[in-house]
Design a protein around this ligand. Structure first.
Ligand code: DI6
Ligand code: FE
Length: 398
């Protein structure tokens, strides 16, 4: 064995059980053995005494918009003075403001800004991150953002999955011609992203200030035609029946879901589509309609939790804080919240075969915490009790 981590409270995320005393042994970057107590004679090149700390799978942030230029602090002030998110978007601010800055920025500038955010995520225990495009909204700028996202995965001790979100907002050059822009997405941007191997999935913003169900359907059909899985920003501000549409295409996930109805939840359950809950955006937009967690439980829809890191509605890189918010604002249990950033987050990225739980054969991405159970992880507001972080079985300073 390369590494033996013993004397820990093990939360495998593989079953409903709580954390229990245990050990994990690693060989070749993978989990080789685990259990209550290391068998007599088990030897490893390196050994760590976990001193009773909680050992979990590495955290997975399955929904971020990490690559963008500038910030939207001024807009935040305007909203505190009473302007709504939709008003600002309709007035040409919002996402378009960030698009202007992101188009002007060169790749090095974008990568430097995204690297700062990525390091913060890793400091809080993240070992896998999903990164969406969506602030370019042209073939050149969308591919630029996806190239930056791919490079982050090559240059840092973290797994990166990229998602094409060209259907995020209507760019100004297509004002009044949304269907022409959707033509550009399905005929030029998506095919080129696939040809260059820059996208692992396709997403869209299904909303009154985003794209209609018909436009989203065209994007999903183009994705399916090229073998890419889909995800959807669904029912964030209103019920557009997006969850049902996502389920119809066997989507990996439908995200936000504050305004989803029971029919949408039932469709997700049948399709195995994960519900990705984004408490940071709910908090930052001062929303009042929490997603129907009880419906997800009743229909057996897996719930994931993510930062939605973006400049407009969730400017945060603090995934453990999202555990606290998911419990406090959405009434998840601490175990549900932790499963939401491990097992169910892996499922929302189609990575459940290799990541998200501590099981023999899985990639050895692990976090050792200065707490001894999931409640301790979701409890402290804004704390980051990460002690040690492992990626592919190798330790990397948090
Ligand atoms: N929903 C959101 O909350 C973000 N994108 C989306 O589709 C907001 C993005 C932004 O305001 O920059
Ligand atoms: Fe988002």
């Amino acid at each position: 064995m390369d590494l033996l981590i013993r004397n820990v409270r093990l939360f495998t995320a593989a079953g409903p059980g709580p954390a229990a005393p245990g050990f994990v042994a690693i060989a070749g970057g993978r989990i080789a053995q685990l259990g209550g107590a290391p068998p007599h004679g088990l030897r490893a090149a390196d050994e760590i005494d976990g001193q009773g700390g909680l050992l979990t799978p590495g955290l997975i942030d399955c929904h971020t918009h990490l690559v963008y230029a500038g910030d939207r602090a001024r807009e935040f002030e305007l909203r505190l003075q009473g302007a709504s998110y939709e008003d600002i978007a309709r007035a040409g601010g919002g996402i378009r403001q960030t698009v202007r800055l992101t188009r002007e920025a060169d790749e090095a500038t974008l990568e430097a800004a995204a690297t700062r955010r990525l390091r913060e995520l890793m400091h809080h225990g993240v070992t896998t991150v999903e990164i969406k495009s969506g602030y370019g909204l042209s073939i050149e700028a969308e591919l630029k953002c996806l190239r930056v996202a791919r490079r982050l995965g090559e240059r840092h001790a973290v797994n990166v999955r990229t998602t094409l979100l060209a259907a995020h907002a209507l760019p100004p050059e297509f004002d009044g011609r949304p269907d022409d822009y959707v033509d550009a997405v399905v005929e030029r941007i998506l095919p080129e992203a696939v040809r260059l191997g820059l996208a692992d999935a396709v997403d869209a913003f299904g909303e009154t200030i985003g794209f209609t169900p018909q436009q989203t359907r065209r994007v999903f059909e183009a994705a399916r035609a090229r073998g890419l899985p889909v995800k959807l920003h669904a029912e964030q501000l209103s019920n557009q029946q997006g969850a049902a549409l996502a389920a119809e295409f066997g989507a990996l996930s439908a995200d936000h879901l504050e305004h989803v109805d029971e029919a949408g939840v039932a469709a997700m359950a049948r399709a195995g589509t994960v519900a990705v809950l984004l408490p940071g955006a709910y908090y930052f937009l001062r929303d009042r309609t929490p997603p129907p967690v009880e419906l997800f439980r009743r229909h057996g829809v897996p719930m994931a939790v993510a930062t939605d890191c973006n400049p407009g509605t969730s400017p945060t890189t603090h995934l453990p804080l999202m555990l606290n918010m998911a419990c406090t604002l959405f009434r998840l249990t601490p175990v549900e919240a932790l499963l939401g950033v491990t097992r169910h987050a892996a499922q929302a990225l189609g990575l459940q075969a290799t990541l998200g739980t501590i099981e023999v054969g899985k990639q050895a991405d692990l976090c050792l915490w200065d707490v001894d159970d999931p409640a301790g992880l979701a409890y402290a507001i804004g704390a980051s009790p990460l002690r040690r972080r492992f990626h592919h079985g190798r330790e990397h300073a948090p």
